[in-house]
Design a protein around this ligand. Structure first.
Ligand SMILES: *Cc1c(COP(=O)(O)O)cnc(C)c1O
Length: 357
């Protein structure tokens, strides 16, 4: 598969197409069925669905592994966490998606596993913490602090210590990094975000190049029932066909906004890893000023979630599950594909008006 000469942009468009036979549709159709006539490959639609397959082939081709579609990012994350043996230890970044940490804390409380935390951008500290760990969770850039991890070094150290690694690649997308090629065992995505890209569905995906892990994840999906609807899977692939074009514009917009925000008098800090379409700003004037910006924007949508064509922002600490180490005045920005001058005007006006409140 590594010898496949196609670039990511081409795979995004071409992977998972139906076979080219005269008269065939050029894209996959949606299979609405709960079961299949006995005697074929598939017995029941909780086990497999041809519409998932097309999406899975496409994202698998991008991440260099075999993919499984899930009902949500959390469904995929839950399945990956089930790879931890009973009573095992999970290492998780100090800052990571708050659903992941909430699930791990819940499972720790129930005695299912143990959780340790470390700063994933502090490579020696994260490697030290691999001791007595069964599974190392990695997110880079982190949500919402946008810290960056040294993925190749971390995955190599984990492999040497026989620690399983899972990388949440939602923020970077396979266009910026392909964790399996850097040594990770499993990649998870919230396909709700950049992959589908239109803020119109909830889905998740796991990808691995290890056939045994793939089989365990498949069994987890089948038995937990965390399966995607066929319509969602079809929409996710349809959205993903333009990922590279959307992401290119969103990243260019984010880079431009990050540069301008760095000079804005109402901005104390810009958190931007230098690529990608996510950034965060600490608004001068505390919680009140940050909330005033959320209220004042007209074009930007004040909403949770990210990765859609439309720009969104959110004060993350409004969620009580967000750790205290995330500044109270931090606004997370998911930069969309609108005209950057329109985005800037709206944000600049909202920030400037927040000074008064
Ligand atoms: C949104 C998100 C998730 C959870 O995905 P859902 O599709 O909402 O279940 C996991 N990880 C990251 C980084 C996310 O942004």
């Amino acid at each position: 598969m590594n010898h496949d000469p196609l670039s990511s942009a081409t795979r995004i468009v071409a992977a998972g197409r139906p076979s080219r036979v005269p008269g065939a549709a050029v894209g996959p159709s949606v299979e609405f069925t709960s079961t299949f006539v006995t005697g074929g490959d598939n017995a029941y639609a909780r086990f497999d669905n041809p519409t998932w397959r097309a999406f899975e082939e496409a994202i698998g081709a991008l991440e260099h592994g075999s993919a499984l579609a899930f009902a949500s990012g959390m469904g995929a994350i839950r399945a990956a966490i089930e790879l931890v043996p009973l009573g095992g230890a999970v290492l998780v970044p100090q800052h990571s998606y708050n659903g992941t940490t909430a699930l791990l804390d819940k499972l720790a409380e129930a005695g299912r596993l143990r959780v340790t935390r470390a700063d994933v951008s502090d490579t020696p500290a994260y490697i030290d913490a691999l001791d007595h760990t069964d599974l190392a969770w990695v997110e880079s850039p982190t949500n919402p602090m946008l810290e960056v991890a040294d993925l190749p070094t971390l995955f190599k150290a984990a492999r040497e210590s026989r620690v399983l690694t899972v990388c949440d690649n939602t923020f970077a997308t396979p266009l910026l990094q392909q964790p399996l090629t850097l040594g990770a065992d499993v990649v998870v995505h919230s396909a709700t975000k950049y992959l589908s890209g239109h803020s119109d569905l909830i889905m998740g995906v796991t990808v691995t190049a290890d056939p045994q892990i793939q089989q365990r994840l498949h069994s987890e999906r089948t038995l937990s029932g965390a399966i995607a609807g066929p319509m969602e899977a079809w929409l996710a692939l349809r959205g993903m066909r333009t990922l590279h074009v959307r992401f290119e514009r969103a990243c260019a917009n984010a880079a431009e906004l990050a540069a301008r925000l760095a000079d804005h008098p109402q901005v104390e800090a810009v958190r931007y890893p230098g690529s990608g379409a996510m950034l965060a700003i600490d608004v001068r004037g505390g919680v009140g000023a940050a909330e005033a910006v959320e209220q004042a924007v007209q074009l930007w949508l004040p909403a949770t979630s990210l990765g859609g064509v439309e720009s969104m922002l959110e004060r993350r600490r409004r969620h009580t599950s967000e750790p205290m180490t995330v500044p109270e005045n931090l606004l997370r920005l998911s930069v969309g594909i609108e005209d950057v001058e329109d985005l800037w005007r709206d944000l600049d006006a909202a920030l400037s008006s927040s000074r008064a409140s």
